[in-house]
Write a protein that binds this ligand. Structure first.
Ligand code: NDP
Length: 300
């Protein structure tokens, strides 16, 4: 048996097209243009690439896009002042500060200042609490993207056994909450879990959000399970010469080549979960704009 490959690129493109239609409708009916502000502190090349992609895709969807690039030496007070200004800016409905930030700036302090209504990454305590309480809020983009991929692949998730490996606030915990809301029976595993392969083998749905290259092997996977690979890990190129020259490739947390022989569905890396993250960020910006202006969300 070979798994069905879940094409996150295609699903994300479809979602972005739906978002563009919703944005056009909001403009025509209510004269609202959803606006996203992204704050990048420092020069990290990977973060700069993400931020550029976010800006391009926001504009392509017909939304207002602003990027604030601050030098790495910016003080925490300067960053907090900018976030407070964006909170108050009526043309901005979503604010995302690209993490990680330099060590002298506290992520928690940024999330304390950020308005929960504009927290399109779903990271503030208020939005995490809303999710845990089953209340409407803004949900972290990557886990929401994973949920959409699972629903589109499997349909109803009710009653399925789900195992989420990883318990970060960004990924593992919100993922587990979303699966619980979808009526799965959910286990969260982490670095102290005993017999991790055995726990994973119980899963109809296995989400790996760990950050360890190709950790999940084929004998960790229940035959026919849906495997969602969130990991993004850089490893040396397969070609020895290129590797010696420092070339790398990206792999997930799942050993894809062997896992696809056992799983029923599987996301590739790249091209699986990654593209969904930005699409869900745009979606959250539309959600936030509709809530702030008190109008119905055309995406509902
Ligand atoms: P964190 O480092 O914050 O969390 C990693 C989690 O994995 C922790 O809960 C940790 O457990 C657990 N873990 C670490 N090692 C092991 C192990 N050997 N066995 C079992 N569990 C382990 O990472 P994130 O949640 O932020 O991200 C996870 C991965 O997803 C990364 O590769 C990241 O790059 C990727 N990612 C991808 C996104 C996308 O858009 N596709 C978006 C966000 C993240 P413990 O708590 O016990 O330390």
């Amino acid at each position: 048996m070979s798994a069905q490959i879940i094409d996150g690129k295609a699903v994300a493109a479809g979602l972005r097209a739906e978002i563009a239609v919703a944005v056009a409708e909001l403009k025509a009916r209510h004269n609202i243009v959803p606006g996203l502000a992204v704050v990048l502190i420092g020069e990290d090349p990977a973060s700069a690439l993400y931020v550029r992609n976010k800006g391009e895709q926001t504009q392509a969807a017909g939304m207002h896009s602003v990027t604030h690039k601050l030098p790495a030496e910016s003080s925490e007070a300067e960053v907090l002042k900018l976030v407070a200004e964006l909170n108050a800016d009526p043309s901005i409905h979503g604010v995302l500060v690209q993490f990680p930030v330099p060590d002298h700036i506290s992520q928690a302090a940024i999330l304390d200042v950020l308005s929960p209504d504009k927290d399109v990454d779903g990271l503030t305590v208020i939005n995490a609490g809303r999710l845990a309480s089953g209340l409407p809020g803004l949900v972290a983009c990557t886990p929401f993207g994973c949920l959409l991929l699972l629903q589109r692949s499997l349909g109803d998730l009710r009653g399925r056994r789900a195992v989420v490996v990883g318990r970060s606030n960004l990924m593992g915990k919100p993922m587990a909450q979303l699966l619980l809301q979808a009526d799965c029976t959910v286990t969260i595993a982490h670095s102290r879990t005993i017999d991790l392969p055995g726990v994973c083998r119980e899963a109809d749905i296995l989400v790996a959000a760990v950050g360890r290259a190709e950790m999940v092997k084929k004998d960790w996977i229940k035959p026919g399970a849906a495997v969602i690979d969130v990991g993004i890990n850089r490893v040396p190129s397969r070609d020895a010469e290129l590797a010696a020259a420092g070339k790398t490739r990206v792999v997930g947390d799942v050993a894809f080549d062997e896992a696809k022989a056992v799983a029923g569905w599987i996301t590739p890396v790249p091209g699986g979960v990654g593209p969904m993250t930005i699409a869900c960020l745009l979606r959250n910006t539309v959600v936030a704009a509709c809530r702030i202006h008190g109008v119905p969300n055309p995406l509902d």
